[in-house]
Design a protein around this ligand. Structure first.
Ligand code: MN
Ligand code: MG
Length: 636
């Protein structure tokens, strides 16, 4: 639902219609291409968003196009530029060149701008074709935020000629100020420590806005690389856009960072937000999704009074580059803008070569054909990458020294994905794009702190994947096909057994239904039995830690670390660091032996080539199964 358009009034003499158009969280997505799948996609790309920008500009007499940060990093093109190509002096980073080609006139620093280090950032900014501002990333703090020496200019004053409803032109001075989440000090601690500090967003706003007004700004627009968040300020808050909007003197807010869309029904009823009028904290606001998925549009009606230009009406909306048709298929709403494709052409071509080139060598195949029935290296390598990263991130915090475990599962393991939906990477060269075979979802890393009792229940919930098996009977079906594979976690860092003779303790939605049943036995850490009162950190993802699958111990309240980095990026870094990957031989879990008992399970026919590798674990072929699968037998 959208508000009635408030701008017939702009025809009145003296009133000016100014349209702000915004992108956010582009993450180097210039071309509509999925570099991990190595094929075109309609769901991303500044080239598509640029066509929406051009349309929105053509509809309004006066426009200003802004970006909200997280432009430099987040896909293989960004990695290629930072790790392989580098920036020669006077070379414009292709992401910034493409943004300029799309019409973007100013931006701010998102948290991800820092991921490649301060030198690479400085080189990228040196040739930026438009101003990039941030008021709270500080090199040299002063007594107040206004006295700080900031890493980049805190704000910029844009003097623009605008045309009013009667065709007269006027000068308007627009102040554009930027903000970055203070949490970069933790997320990129090794890069930033000793070099920069970060001020609270709301406190910096309150200090700098009067300065902007004193410098003659008729309007102040905040580029807040920050989510909407709660209306009341909390020192150091990550998602501060709504609280910031309530600082007197702010006229409009471009928000983002959370990769969500505003205005949208998603935010109905949230304190401080009006999804119909498109306001946050009473000010016009917009969030344009991520990866070029949307543009944000804020229409401002400016009226000149005794106090200068005032915003007397506004409307906000988000416009998408693609929509779902009746069959659920994604359909592009616009074609790509040629100017953006041109600016990205060389970098895109070089990135294609980069994703197909080896980043490591595998000494043995990595597959997921058996990952639901035996302890599996394709799960273990993800778990190990997450565990090492979280352990590093928690150094120097109150959680340092608590054992770090890691939850991972075989996401690509048939089921509704079909008989070809398995990880199957041959031994030999491992290309960057193979990282998506090992971690298919664009999740981000989180860690939760759980008790030994919660850890045991987490594993019980996961073991609901299996049917109850009767001892001494042959050929019983092992897997409950209704159980979604993404709710199957192996937790590395402890050892345990799964007793299939017991009924499932939890039902499919996650209710405790068999309080006397215990499938998880022999749970040990470091060779010692886990006590209910023990404490552990579990590395996982935003889905699980956000309560996805309703796992005991995994929820917002137990989350102790939230990373902006994707699990896939962590895995890629891990593979880069290893170089040669010897698929780890995991020793995390096994089924409790049941002599004279066997079970059947279906997997992809690609498993046939790997049967010799698992023969010692009691797995043999039965034959074809419905739906194109291959049926195997496991002797328990
Ligand atoms: Mn982002
Ligand atoms: Mg961000």
């Amino acid at each position: 639902m959208t508000a009635p358009h408030p701008f017939p009034a702009h025809r009145d003499g003296g009133q000016v219609h100014l349209r702000l158009i915004a992108t956010t969280d582009l993450h180097a997505h210039l071309v509509p291409y999925d570099y991990f799948a190595d094929r075109p996609t309609d769901s991303v790309g500044l080239a598509r968003a640029a066509t929406l920008i051009a349309e929105a500009r053509a509809e309004a007499p006066n426009t200003l196009v802004l970006d909200n940060g997280d432009f430099l990093q987040g896909n293989p093109l960004g990695d290629y530029m930072a790790y392989e190509h580098g920036l020669r002096s006077a070379e414009v980073h292709p992401v910034l060149a493409a943004m300029a080609a799309a019409g973007i006139e100013a931006s701010t620093l998102g948290n991800h701008e820092f991921n490649y280090g301060l030198d690479f950032l400085a080189k990228s900014l040196a040739t930026a074709p438009f101003p990039i501002v941030s008021a709270n990333v500080v090199i040299n703090p002063g007594p107040t935020p206004s006295d700080d020496r900031t890493l980049v200019p805190p704000f910029v004053l844009l003097d623009r000629r605008v045309t009013d409803g009667a065709g007269q032109t006027h000068s308007v001075r627009i102040g554009v100020i930027g903000f970055t989440p203070p949490q970069i000090l933790q997320w990129d601690h090794h890069i930033l420590s000793g070099h920069v500090t970060v001020r609270d967003i709301v406190a910096t706003t309150a200090a700098r806005v009067p300065e902007l007004r004193a410098a003659g700004a008729d309007l102040v627009i905040a580029l807040a690389h920050s989510g909407l968040g709660a209306p009341d300020p909390v020192e150091g808050m990550e998602n501060a856009a709504t609280a910031l909007a309530r600082v007197p003197g702010i006229d409009a807010i471009i928000a983002g960072h959370t990769h969500r869309v505003f205005p949208s029904d998603d935010f109905d009823g949230q304190p401080g937000l009006d999804t119909l009028r498109g306001t946050a904290g009473g000010r016009p606001a917009v969030m344009a999704g991520f990866w070029g998925s949307h543009i944000g549009v804020i229409d401002l009606l400016l009226t000149r009074g005794a106090e200068g230009w005032q915003v007397t009406a506004s409307a906000s909306e988000a416009r998408a580059i693609a929509r779902r048709d009746a069959s659920g298929a994604l359909v592009a709403t616009v074609a790509s803008a040629p100017a953006v494709l041109d600016a990205a052409r060389a970098a895109h071509a070089e990135t294609l070569a980069y994703i197909r080139r080896p980043i490591g060598r595998l000494t043995a195949p990595l597959t997921s054909y058996f990952a639901l029935v035996v302890d599996d290296p394709s799960v273990q390598i993800v778990a190990e990458a997450q565990r090492a990263y979280v352990a590093e991130m928690l150094q120097g915090t109150q959680h340092e020294g608590v054992p770090v475990l890691s939850a991972a599962g075989p996401f690509k393991s048939g089921g509704r994905g079909g008989p070809d939906y398995y990880t199957d990477i041959p031994a030999g060269d491992l290309a960057l794009k193979n990282a998506a075979d090992l971690y298919i979802y664009p999740n981000t890393v989180r860690a939760v702190r759980v008790t030994g009792a919660e850890l045991r229940e987490w594993l019980e919930r996961s073991a609901g994947l299996y049917n109850r098996i009767l001892p001494g009977q042959p050929d019983q079906m092992l897997i409950d096909p209704r159980f979604p594979n993404y709710n199957y976690d192996v937790i590395a860092g402890v050892t345990y057994c799964v007793d299939l003779g017991q009924p499932a303790r939890y039902d499919l939605p996650g209710h405790l239904v068999a309080p006397d049943a215990h499938r998880i036995t022999g749970l040990c850490h470091d060779g010692r039995p886990v006590a209910d009162t023990d404490s552990f950190i579990v590395a996982t993802n935003n889905y699980r830690a956000g309560g996805g699958g309703d796992f005991p111990g995994a929820r917002v309240e137990t989350t102790v670390f939230t990373s902006p980095d994707t699990n896939r990026d962590i895995l890629i870094r891990h593979i880069h660091a290893l170089g040669t990957i010897v698929p780890p031989v995991p020793a995390t879990w096994r089924f409790v032996p049941m002599p004279g008992t066997s079970v059947l399970f279906d997997t992809g026919p690609g498993a046939r080539a790997h049967l010799p590798e698992v023969a010692a674990r009691g797995i043999t072929e039965v034959g074809p199964a419905p739906g194109g699968f291959l049926r195997l037998r496991l002797a328990l």
